[in-house]
Design a protein around this ligand. Structure first.
Ligand code: FES
Ligand code: FES
Length: 172
């Protein structure tokens, strides 16, 4: 086993893997400070724990940390490029979150679909978000936010970017 195989690169920083061979990736990264990775269902249904593993959207509650040895794991906090900044602004502008529990996983899914570069319309965005559950927003603000980044020159959907007094903001 070489050095690479004994660590995970978490948001750009190497983190050594310890001896707990059965720890999930979600528990592992949360114990190392990446608490934006949320645990909802813990069996692969809600998407709150989504992270990128070597660029692929992954349920961190289903993956074993040791199975990701040598890989780069990126959480919401590690997404800081220009696309992520545009998406953060769009989430805030379209009030794509309320309690914020689903948001880190939702954001990772949204980033992943935008980074793929496939053409996106409302139906496709909703299809790609089918693995992310939000109990608050009704999804429309999330869909609008993603579409506004995917198609920045399209006219905004009427009435969707309204003020919501109880909305949180996407930080970091
Ligand atoms: Fe991983 Fe729900 S906590 S999918
Ligand atoms: Fe509350 Fe999605 S679960 S904002």
């Amino acid at each position: 086993m070489n050095e690479q195989d004994k660590q995970i690169i978490l948001n750009g920083s190497p983190v050594p893997l310890n001896g707990e061979h059965r720890i999930t990736l979600a528990d592992f990264v949360r114990e190392r400070g990446a608490t934006s990775v949320h645990l909802g269902c813990e069996h692969g249904v809600c998407g709150a724990c989504n992270v990128l593993v070597d660029g692929s959207c992954t349920r961190a509650c289903l993956a074993l940390a040791h199975g990701c040895a040598g890989s780069s794991v990126t959480t919401l906090d590690g997404l800081q490029d220009e696309l992520a900044q545009r998406l953060r602004k769009a989430f805030n502008a379209h009030h794509a979150l309320q309690c914020g529990f689903c948001t880190p996983g939702m954001f990772v899914s949204a980033y992943d679909m935008l980074a793929c570069g496939e053409p996106l319309d409302e139906a496709r965005v909703r299809e790609r978000l089918a693995g992310n559950i939000c109990r608050c927003t009704g999804y429309q603000g999330i869909v609008d936010a993603i579409l506004s980044v995917a198609n920045p020159h399209a006219p905004a959907a009427a009435g969707h970017a309204h003020h919501h007094p109880h909305s949180e903001e996407v930080h970091s």
